[in-house]
Design a binder for this molecule. Structure first.
Ligand code: SF4
Length: 308
């Protein structure tokens, strides 16, 4: 019978172990990943989600008019806890229920429907949006010609337009305005999540037409301040992964800010969308996002990158 010596017993086992660890090290890209401390939910979104979660914990269900945040992954997390997303048609049909108004705010017509249907509105409209609604209403009451720089059909813009009995003009591009048809005196407001640079370009372009322009920069500082912070963040890394939902307005704006600072910026909505081939060995990677991007999602993205 062959004797088992120390050498012939342990060698194949050890060799197997050594080679698999060496093999793994060769495959790992050794990426250094940092999440931007300034990215993630703004206070308006945090407030709406906290209210929703409190009610869901007590009552197990809650209606919400429209997506609570423009991030499908976060919406799904809350739907699993009992949040029911409804549209205006459904709002007209329900009675004696609680309905959450999200941070974007709503036009006066929504409050009217709620009153008629005995619906208890849980109003999580962001204070910044409410202030803008008031300013637009006051300007409208004074008879000013109101132009809103914003995205057609966006929930916040619908709420702003409602303050003017839907009489204001909404535009998302200068090309939509015909200088010959503009009144001599115009008042401009901006949707809170638009680009500050573009807003001032529009103001200048309108003034060059000879019109008297009363421009109100009503872009939320949670967005415009991130502009600068993100430029600084994006410039520090070899690669930047920007995480946001495809429906997020400020996601598009802030992604473009990163991309203009660092060409190697990639947009993803989930961790699965991140591709290994985007990275070279030993690169530094910055992960950042919009005001509607949850921290847990950026952490999932980081975890996935670290497996490459
Ligand atoms: S981006 Fe600003 S205005 Fe919009 S919800 Fe957040 S804090 Fe409010």
């Amino acid at each position: 019978m062959q004797m088992l010596t120390h050498t012939n017993f342990s060698a194949p086992h050890l060799i197997g172990r050594l080679s698999s660890s060496t093999y793994k090290n060769k495959l790992t890209k050794e990426l250094k990943v940092t999440i931007d401390a300034n990215s993630g939910f703004c206070f308006g979104v945090i407030y709406a989600i906290e209210i929703a979660e409190e009610i869901l914990e007590d009552e197990g269900h809650l209606y919400c008019l429209g997506d609570i945040v423009h991030n499908d992954m976060e919406v799904k997390r809350l739907q699993d806890k009992g949040l029911k997303i409804i549209d205006y048609d459904k709002l007209k049909l329900i009675q004696n229920e609680k309905v959450l108004i999200r941070a974007h705010g709503e036009p006066p017509s929504t409050y009217k429907i709620a009153l008629e249907n005995n619906i208890e509105l849980i109003d999580a409209s962001c204070p910044v949006v409410l202030k803008l609604q008031n300013r637009i209403k006051n300007a409208h009451d004074k008879g000013e010609n109101i132009y809103i720089y914003g995205k057609h059909g966006h929930a916040e813009v619908v709420g702003l337009l409602g303050q003017t009995e839907n009489k204001a003009v909404v535009f998302q591009d200068m090309n939509e305005l015909n200088a010959n048809e503009l009144p001599e005196q115009i008042t401009i407001f901006s949707q809170t999540t638009k680009s500050t640079d573009t807003f001032y370009q529009i103001k200048d372009a309108l003034q060059q037409t000879g019109k008297n322009v009363n421009a109100h920069d009503t872009i939320c500082r949670q967005v415009s301040n991130r502009d600068l912070e993100l430029r600084n963040f994006a410039s520090k890394f070899d690669k930047v992964i920007f995480v946001a939902g495809t429906k997020s307005s400020n996601g598009k704006v802030l992604y473009n800010v990163c991309k203009s600072t660092n060409e190697a910026t990639y947009f993803v909505s989930s961790a699965e969308e991140v591709k290994k081939e985007w990275f070279e060995n030993n690169e530094t990677v910055g992960v950042c996002g919009a005001t509607s991007t949850p921290l847990w999602l950026m952490e999932q993205v980081k975890e996935r990158i670290l497996t490459f």
